[in-house]
Design a protein around this ligand. Structure first.
Ligand code: NAD
Length: 326
């Protein structure tokens, strides 16, 4: 079996395969996490934005209480939402999120997006998360990334998080943070699947000892279930799981198309965090380290790349586009 963890620049180990908590309803999150631990998952990807951290933490605590795992066997990563980029808000949110999980510390804390939006009192916050009001107004705030990054460094100094990183950032901001970082950028979480391979960005991160985590590994699959404009690009696209390249490799290796897509990432040192509520899929998504694709096979999958991004606030916020990937 291939190596099942990667070492972060912070010195801590992170599992290569984890479970993603986006769209897991709060009411089911405790059971989902508990069952995932029973199925063998040790790594969970949350976010303030997913509104299920408290419940996810309950699931982990139940597993610990029953002796299935110890705290140190579990790796929890979670993220700071865009409205809390100011130093004082970032510190307060990190503490509050840590308390919600209730596990003593967060393993990896990420800045969710490289964009600061106006602060909203937690109680007044509305969903979905990008907007200030019913008219769909998006209000940027004047907070430089440096302020937020340095707040996250304080979060590490306080022992609230063991490691810090960023999500949805690209090359220029990574280079910039590295100019002043006191604590290393341990991880970069990005949309990464064969339709959006971003091979240069992955290479840059890996050359700088920044572990890349892929989200939405199945491409359009996750976005199909979203309303309106959020699913538009996904609905106009051939499902990745059904492409001839992926299907034929699945047949050849006796694996499912989902496992081929996850192995395409993990074999290149990219961590994955697939999400499923289905027990059989949960198990197969975890079993993506026990076989190898050839270099040619990896490249044939990368050949599907067409720069197609599904999680793009430059597209799905048409009145106030945030073209952060331009
Ligand atoms: P995903 O790629 O994990 O896909 C989930 C979809 O694929 C669901 O519809 C599920 O039913 C289906 N699926 C799961 N396993 C399958 C299998 N074996 N065979 C066939 N279909 C299968 O999508 P995701 O939830 O977008 O991404 C995973 C995680 O990444 C999220 O839960 C979240 O934690 C994280 N994420 C982070 C960001 C970010 O901005 N940092 C954005 C999106 C997602």
């Amino acid at each position: 079996m291939a190596q099942s963890t990667v070492k972060l620049a912070s010195g801590y180990e992170m599992p290569l395969v984890g479970f993603g908590l986006w769209k897991v309803p709060a009411a089911q999150a405790a059971d989902t996490v508990y069952n995932a631990i029973k199925a063998g998952y040790r790594c969970f990807d949350g976010a303030y934005d997913y509104q299920n951290e408290k419940e996810a933490g309950e699931g982990v605590r139940r597993a610990i209480k029953e002796g299935l795992v110890r705290r140190e066997d579990i790796f929890v990563m979670t993220k700071l939402w865009n409205n809390y980029h100011r130093r004082e808000h970032a510190l307060a949110m990190a503490k509050a999120q840590n308390e919600a999980w209730g596990l003593g510390y967060i393993d990896l804390y990420l800045i969710h997006f490289p964009v600061a939006l106006k602060y909203i009192e937690t109680e007044k916050r509305r969903y979905p998360a990008w907007w200030m009001d019913d008219a769909g107004t998006v209000e940027p705030d004047n907070v430089p990334i440096r302020e937020t990054w340095e707040a996250l460094e304080t979060v590490v100094d306080m022992g609230v998080a063991h490691a810090i990183g960023v999500s949805n950032f690209q090359a220029q901001s990574l280079y910039d943070i590295q100019r002043y970082a006191r604590h290393p950028i341990s991880a970069l979480q990005i949309e990464h699947h064969p339709y959006l391979a971003q091979l240069d960005l992955v290479a840059l991160a890996q050359e700088h000892n920044i572990v890349v985590t892929a989200y939405s590994s199945f491409g359009p699959q996750s976005f199909m279930e979203l309303p309106g404009i959020f699913s538009k690009r996904a609905k106009d696209t051939e499902p990745l799981l059904e492409t001839a390249v992926v299907k034929s490799l699945a047949g050849k290796h006796g694996k499912t198309p989902a496992q081929i897509l996850l192995r395409w990432a993990t074999q290149r040192g990219v961590a994955v965090i697939p999400k499923s509520n289905n027990a059989a899929r949960l198990a197969q998504n975890l079993d993506v380290l026990s076989f190898d694709l050839t270099l040619d096979e990896l490249e044939s999958i990368s050949g599907l790349d067409k720069g197609l991004r599904f999680n793009d606030p430059g597209f799905y916020l048409p009145n106030y586009p945030l073209r952060i990937f331009a």
